[in-house]
Design a protein around this ligand. Structure first.
Ligand code: G4P
Length: 540
């Protein structure tokens, strides 16, 4: 591609607009283990930002209605899942795009793919539990994609661990240097308030009777006043703070942006302690959308003509609507509904005229979007996760990697007469990235092995094979839990091994060695120390 083709569009005013709009955006996701409080925190963030009036809101899940019901209604209207896409809100002159990372039963490869579309992540920890398996996997992806991470230690209103012990765990287990922005006064379970490290300002929190409303906050600029109020708990916090300063645990932007250190905030999402501070931190610290490198490593400026990355494609499970929605992260330029884009993989035009396009509360956001925003394009049958769409100046972004599968099953067509449809379906679902398809000479083509990050992916495959391709199929789960990348020598060595098998991933030809469990893997490694058995991204 020539320099002329890559030059950003002329037209200063338009470039300025895009640069300004991009500069206001913060696009992030929450990475956490189920039950750490992601839904509660999401609601609390939106609550503060949108100043939703929660008078009368009740504790617990019912209290979430204020935010979630809007999503539900939109979901119904559009017949697609918005909950699993993005929540957009304005806060303090910024536009925040909070992308959902589905967890629990809907944890899937899409959960990881969302992290391709964010500029920052909030690592949410339960103060009693610290780092948990799903958080570790998601963190692994953030690290590999150089996504900076802000840590929020949640549930400080409940008995939990010592703050210094939690920081130590973060540093020791994942090598991320924690740099607290604020510090709790009072042990977990007897939370009094937070000291802001740079200003020394103390905010005391009082739980509001009734639950999930805004907490009562009282700010003390004078530390002596704060000490008088909190007594020994305040002294203990100050001692810990002195220790942190001594070891140099202070926020450091370059290492944060490089993914080496993480600003840490303490609080409790449910009673709304410290949530506003987290929002402020996201605005102050999280990076705005920046130039994205294309396949050749050249960066496309945010003010260049429109370009976007498809990070998720969702086929509607409802047979009445065969719609396929592609979620696109805007990487550069201004999107306007009706634009005709080019699909980089095929060179074909992609019309957005009838696209329902954008998700968010405001009507006008349906018409335009800027870098950092997410647009939803309907009827996106040709689009796959990792695809690039652009206007005017061609660009292709690097593909999204495959992630470590942990669930494996053999799929067979029930009706031999439908085998052709079955094969077409499997190929289609493979290229769409719905599931990874593995095969081997031993198993043959009739019964491929499906590999998934979460079992929901199998449900989607079975449903679509039957309803979209007319090939009702059956699934038999395999007793494997782990996959490692291997080579020809590994394939030879593992032939006939108990509790292990090597299969080829169809899409890229990678050789995946599957193991029944980590004991089996370790035993094989012990007996064959020279075998290549490399972990996959986000694997256990
Ligand atoms: P998730 O999306 O990460 O899975 O977690 P979710 O927000 O559903 O929270 C899991 C549980 O933890 C919920 O309790 C929620 O109320 C509670 N929780 C979240 N944040 C806090 C916090 O800061 N302090 C305390 N004390 N609890 C918190 P649940 O009993 O499962 O549901 P519910 O009936 O109470 O809503």
């Amino acid at each position: 591609m020539t320099d002329v083709e890559k030059r950003p569009a002329a037209g200063g005013a338009r470039s300025d607009e895009v640069r300004n709009e991009a500069g206001r955006r913060r696009t992030f996701a929450v990475i956490s283990h189920p039950d750490a409080g992601k839904s509660t925190l999401t609601e609390a963030l939106a609550l503060h930002a949108a100043a939703i009036n929660t008078a009368g809101a009740v504790h617990g899940k019912a209290g979430r209605r204020g935010v979630t019901s809007d999503w539900m209604a939109m979901e119904k209207d559009r017949g697609i899942s918005i909950t699993s896409a993005v929540l957009k809100f304005d806060y303090d002159g910024h536009v925040l795009n909070l992308l959902d990372t589905p967890g629990h039963a809907d944890f899937s490869e899409d959960t990881y793919r969302v992290l391709e579309a964010v500029d920052c992540a909030i690592m949410l920890l339960d103060s009693a539990k610290g780092l948990e398996p799903q958080t570790l996997k998601l963190f692994d992806v953030c690290r590999s994609r150089h996504v900076p991470v802000v840590t929020f230690v949640n549930k400080w209103d409940r008995p939990g661990r010592e703050p210094l012990e939690l920081l130590d765990e973060i540093e020791q287990r994942i090598g991320l240097r924690p740099t607290p922005l604020n510090w709790p006064v009072g042990i977990a379970g007897d939370f009094r308030g937070l000291i802001e490290r740079t200003s020394g300002e103390y905010t005391a929190y009082t739980r509001q009777p009734g639950g999930a409303q805004k907490a009562l906050e009282e700010v003390f600029k004078d530390p002596e006043e704060a000490r008088k109020r909190e007594g020994a708990a305040y002294d203990a916090a100050e001692e810990e703070l002195a220790l942190l300063t001594e070891i140099g645990a202070v926020v450091d932007m370059p290492s944060f942006l490089a993914g080496e250190s993480s600003p840490v905030l303490f609080g409790a999402a449910l009673p709304n302690f410290g949530v506003r501070r987290l929002l402020d931190a996201m605005c102050d610290l999280a990076p705005a959308p920046k130039p994205r490198a294309d396949v050749e490593g050249d960066e496309r400026p945010v003010e260049a003509p429109f370009s976007g990355l498809v990070f998720k494609v969702q086929a509607n499970m409802d047979p009445a609507h065969r719609d396929r929605v592609a979620f696109v992260r805007v990487c550069s330029g201004r999107f306007e509904r009706g634009m005709v884009l080019t699909h980089a993989a095929t060179g074909r035009p992609f019309a957005t005229k009838y696209a329902q396009a954008m998700f968010g509360q405001e009507r006008e956001t349906l018409e335009t979007a800027f870098p950092g925003d997410v647009i939803g394009l309907v009827n996106a049958t040709a689009l796959r996760p990792g695809d690039t769409l652009y206007a005017d100046q061609p660009v292709s972004y690097p593909p999204i990697p495959s992630f470590a599968p942990e669930h494996f099953a053999v799929v067979r067509c029930r009706d031999a007469g439908k085998y052709k449809q079955f094969r077409r379906g499997i190929d289609q679902l493979d290229t769409e990235g719905v599931v990874q398809v593995l095969s081997s000479d031993l198993r043959g083509d009739q019964a491929p092995v499906l590999a998934a990050v979460g079992p929901l992916q199998f449900d989607v495959v079975m449903h679509r094979l039957e309803h979209e391709f007319g090939a009702k199929s059956e699934l038999a789960h395999l007793d494997y839990e782990l996959a490692r990348l291997t080579d020809e020598a590994g394939t030879e060595a593992l032939k006939g091994a108990r509790g292990a098998e090597v299969l080829t991933r169809r899409l890229d030809g990678a050789l995946l060695a599957l193991f029944a469990d980590k004991w089996r893997l370790n035993a094989i490694k012990r007996d064959n120390p020279s075998l290549r058995l490399d972990p996959l991204l986000a694997g256990t």
